[in-house]
Design a protein around this ligand. Sequence first.
Ligand code: ZN
Length: 306
Amino acid sequence: MKNYKHPIIYHPLYDIPLPEKHRFPGTKYSLLMQRLESLGLMESFLKYVPKPATIEHLSIAHEASYIQAIETGNLSRAQQVRLGLPWSKILRQRSFIAPNGTLLAAQLALQTGIACHAAGGTHHAHWDFGAGFCVFNDLAYTARALIKMRLAKRILILDCDVHQGDGTASILANDGDILTCSIHCAENYPVDKACSDLDFPLLRGSDDDDYLSVLGRCLSHIDRMNFSPDFVLYDAAVDVHIDDKLGLLNVTSEGIYERDRVVLSHFKKVQVPVAITIGGGYGETHEEVAQRHSIVFQSVKSIFSC
Ligand SMILES: [Zn+2]
């Protein structure tokens, strides 16, 4: 296993062109890849490029007329405001590719035990509308696709973004074979939370110890449930960071490393494959966000390369 490389899924069209002052760090995807190269981490990863999903593929998680509106750019001003991103041809292209990036990560993780998507975690996208910088819900799409293809029977979506996974929870509300679990800050967006199967809201200002204790409680709770997932989709978002521009938690980079280590070690021990998405992250600069997103790749290398 010494020279084994872990799958990383990335597409050169992932960056989103946005005005400089826009809150979303549109270049974080290419910057993350550059960061992984400069840290020497790419020596431990093998790159895979996903293909775009079709309207028919995506219709397992979204209403056909909404997918069509993204395809044609026929979004009203109000819909674009809710989405938080202006429609463009590049946004359209990458929106059809990214859900398949998470699905490809899942398919590879089923063979290898672990795979990382250098994008994804777009958990605010609902059945018939986009919101909070999320066009299509790659987590709901991938989980339903795996069940449909009979590649998994019981899937856990462990969402550690600072914002609640409201879109995922609402799309999958009646899917008994997919367990949605969100650990988030109670005071962060969205104001009106959905009901995940499991919600662990944290108080504003919670630090590393608070966070890790709730994470421990969450994993023990899942262990005690009569569910036993055979696959995990892990949203390893970094907007829980103390310096994040949107997140209201006080988790340090060391705390994020520890969170990822706890989650990945937990499922490695019970031999349940995990596909990772990078989720949200907002900073003063796009570079600092990319740096934080590199933390989970460090954890993967240290936990799975021995
Ligand atoms: Zn977020």
